[in-house]
Ligand binder design. Sequence first.
Ligand code: PMP
Length: 418
Amino acid sequence: MPTTTRPTPETAAFDVEAFRADFPALAQDVYEDTPLAYLDNAATSQTPAPVIERLEQFYCRENSNVHRGVHRLSQDATEAYEGARTSLARFLNAPDSEQIIFTRGTTEGLNLVSSTFGRMVVGEGDEILLTEMEHHSNIVPWQMLAEQVGASIEVLPVTNRGELRMDRLPEMLTDDTALVAVTHVSNTLGTVNPMGDFIDAAHAEGVPVVVDGAQSAPHLPLDVQALDADFFTFSGHKMFGPTGIGVLYGKREHLEAMPPYQGGGDMIDQVSFEETTYDGLPHKFEAGTPNIADAIGLGRAAEYIMDLDWNAVQAHEDAVLEYATEKLEAVEGTRIIGTAPDKTSVLSFVFDDIHPYDAGTVLDREGVAVRTGHHCTQPLLKRYGLPGTIRASFAAYNTREDVDRLVDGLRKVRHMFG
Ligand code: PMP
């Protein structure tokens, strides 16, 4: 599938130092004489200067409300906001920018689908199929829906290495399966799921698929049409964009059939006390004043990403992950959680009996920013019998030196707690 194509090895080299220079936050010392090694990108990535400048431009020159104003600034803001939608449609290869809905992020995208489309297609006695590696935001909204309508949650298991049990998928897609929600890439394991095969299998049984793209949007070329995803959602802050903004893509026939998510200004056609009619796509799903500035910033981030040489970026990211995996395996007492052959940019591990939080605290003093804990995937960690892991997660600006800093930091951790 083109959506999970790995880079060709003979690709041109990626100039990581030039790329890093775009990210002001990476150049700082976090403690005295302690430069930052930022390895928490699966949580939130840093923001490049062109995105920061775009936000500044908006607030300095265009700031006003969209869609309703006749004046110059409002026209400029509307043009920029709708232009961002067009950029994001291109980023996903969506057929039409009207199928791009701005949300607060992945979590809101999933809640939007569960409480509108979910309510249409999931009924009493039905099953919602999830996987064992889902983030809480792709579990809890479906549980809430299941409780409301009398449906049940089924869970496709993962292997010890952290791959989906695709062999079990056919038997788990039963006559009662009304919907599947699955992550494209695991935020805890780094596994890249075979999304195309997964969606094909669900569609063969007539089951729509909601894809959580929070972790694939920053790392994989995306094509929602090739994937044939019914819905695809992601967050801006994990892909060099601002916080508090994200995207939900949906197939037109679904979006048109769905009721609105929230009511208010900007989503209506006509309002009277007797009856209200709704606006068309995408405005039907964007009640109230949207997060205009950050939508524009996210559009800029998408353009920024699309301007990169993706073969080179992916080759670099894979090389750093491979280097980190080798280096970490050589540190006595570490055990990597998530060893699927197809992985991207996440290295989760445990370190002897040292509590991940203790390790993270020592690493922080060394300037190494990692995440520790359950990563909002408690059921997955339970499957591995772990309360948490230490997670280093990479972006295109990370280097082998960042990895060396992590490994050196772990030696200090061992010295203190080992
Ligand atoms: N799904 C996955 C796989 C994630 O990694 C995250 C963020 N950690 C989310 C959903 C939720 O994203 P957000 O908090 O931006 O809504």
